[in-house]
Design a protein around this ligand. Structure first.
Ligand SMILES: CC/C=C\C/C=C\CCCC/C=C/C(=O)SCCNC(=O)CCNC(=O)[C@H](O)C(C)(C)COP(=O)(O)OP(=O)(O)OC[C@H]1O[C@@H](n2cnc3c(N)ncnc32)[C@H](O)[C@@H]1OP(=O)(O)O
Length: 260
C-alpha cells in the first residue's frame, strides 16, 4: 500500500493518473522514490494502461525536488542507497513505454523538473508563483550529467547551458518560451488540457510510438546504464565533501528561516 503516491484510473479509457502526496512539499525522500518506482512498475506491467498523467494531489508544489535531508549529515552507505534510488526512478520514467504527460500544478525545482522532463509532454498551470528549472547551482551543487542530458534533449544545448549555469527557475511564460514546458494553460484547465493532449498521443499506434521513443532516448539512457556504479561513487564522493555539506546546510537553514 502506497502512502506517498496515489494512482487512480483516469476519466478516459487506458489512462491512469499518478499523484504525488508527500507533505509538506512533495520532496523525493527515499521512501517516496521507492513507492514511485513500485507504482510505476505496476503501471508499466498493466496492459490496460496506455498513458499516465503525472501531477501533485494538492496544487502549489508539484515536487520540491530531491529531499535535502537525505543528502545532509548521513553516511556514505545512505548516500549510495539514496542515489541508486534516484537513478532507478529516472530510468523507469525515461524508459517508460507509456505516454507520460506531466500536469505541473506547482513549484517544480531540480529533481522535480527532472521528473517532469522525463515525460513526453509537459503542461504547466499559468500561475506566476510556480517556477520550473534545474536550480542546482543556486544550492552550490551541480546537476549530474544525466540531468543535464535530459534537459539538453528537451531545450537544446545553448538554452540548457545557460539555464544550468545560472540555475534558472522559470515562471510559466518563460518556461514555455525556452521550451522546458510544452503548453501553459489557466490553472483550472490544467487537468482537462493534460487529458486532451493525452488523447492526441494515444491516437498513435503504441508500437510505432514506443519504438520511436526508445530510438530517441536510448543513447542518453545507455550513458547512465554503462556507468551507474561510477555515478553512485561520484555522487557519494562529492556529496560527502565538507564544502558541499556546508552549502546544503546553509540552503536548508535559509528555507527554514524564511518562515520566521
Ligand atoms: C554524480 C554526482 C554529481 C554531483 C553531485 C553533487 C550534487 C548532487 C546533485 C543532486 C541534485 C539535486 C537535486 C535536487 O532536487 S536538490 C533540491 C532542490 N529543491 C529546491 O531547491 C526546492 C527548495 N524548496 C523550496 O523552494 C520551497 O520549499 C518550495 C518547494 C517552493 C515550497 O515553498 P513553501 O510552500 O513556502 O514551503 P517551505 O519553503 O516553507 O518548506 C516547508 C518545509 O519543507 C522543507 N523543504 C522544502 N524543500 C525541501 C527539500 N527539497 N528537501 C527537504 N526539505 C525541504 C523546508 O525546509 C521546510 O521545512 P521546515 O522544517 O522548516 O518545516
Amino acid at each position: 500500500m502506497s502512502h506517498r503516491v496515489l494512482v487512480e484510473a483516469g476519466p478516459a479509457a487506458g489512462v491512469a493518473v499518478l499523484k504525488f502526496r508527500n507533505p509538506p512539499v512533495n520532496a523525493l525522500s527515499l521512501e517516496m522514490l521507492m513507492e514511485l518506482v513500485i507504482s510505476l512498475e505496476k503501471l508499466e506491467n498493466d496492459k490496460a494502461v496506455r498513458g499516465i498523467v503525472i501531477t501533485a494531489e494538492n496544487p502549489g508544489i508539484f515536487l520540491a525536488g530531491l529531499d535535502l535531508t537525505e543528502m545532509c549529515g548521513r553516511n556514505p552507505a545512505h548516500y549510495a542507497k539514496y542515489w541508486e534510488a534516484v537513478q532507478e526512478l529516472w530510468l523507469r520514467l525515461y524508459q517508460s513505454s507509456k505516454v507520460l504527460v506531466a500536469a505541473i500544478n506547482g513549484a517544480c525545482p531540480a529533481g522535480g523538473c527532472l521528473a517532469s522532463l522525463t515525460c513526453d509532454y509537459r503542461v504547466m498551470a499559468d500561475n506566476p508563483k510556480y517556477t520550473i528549472g534545474l536550480n542546482e547551482t543556486q544550492l552550490g551543487i551541480i546537476a549530474p550529467f544525466w540531468f543535464k542530458d535530459t534537459l539538453v534533449n528537451t531545450v537544446g544545448h545553448r538554452a540548457a547551458e545557460q539555464a544550468l549555469q545560472l540555475g534558472t527557475l522559470f515562471p510559466p511564460a518563460k518556461a514555455l518560451q525556452v521550451g522546458i514546458v510544452d503548453q501553459v494553460v489557466p490553472e483550472e484547465q490544467l487537468q482537462s488540457a493534460a487529458l486532451s493532449v493525452m488523447a492526441q498521443w494515444l491516437a498513435i499506434p503504441d508500437h510505432a510510438r514506443q519504438l520511436t521513443k526508445t530510438m530517441m532516448r536510448k543513447p542518453t539512457v545507455d550513458q547512465l546504464v554503462k556507468q551507474r556504479e561510477a555515478d553512485i561513487q561520484s555522487f557519494v564522493g562529492l556529496i560527502s565533501q565538507d564544502s558541499i555539506q556546508r552549502a546544503l546546510q546553509t540552503y536548508l537553514q535559509k528555507l527554514r528561516q524564511k518562515k520566521g
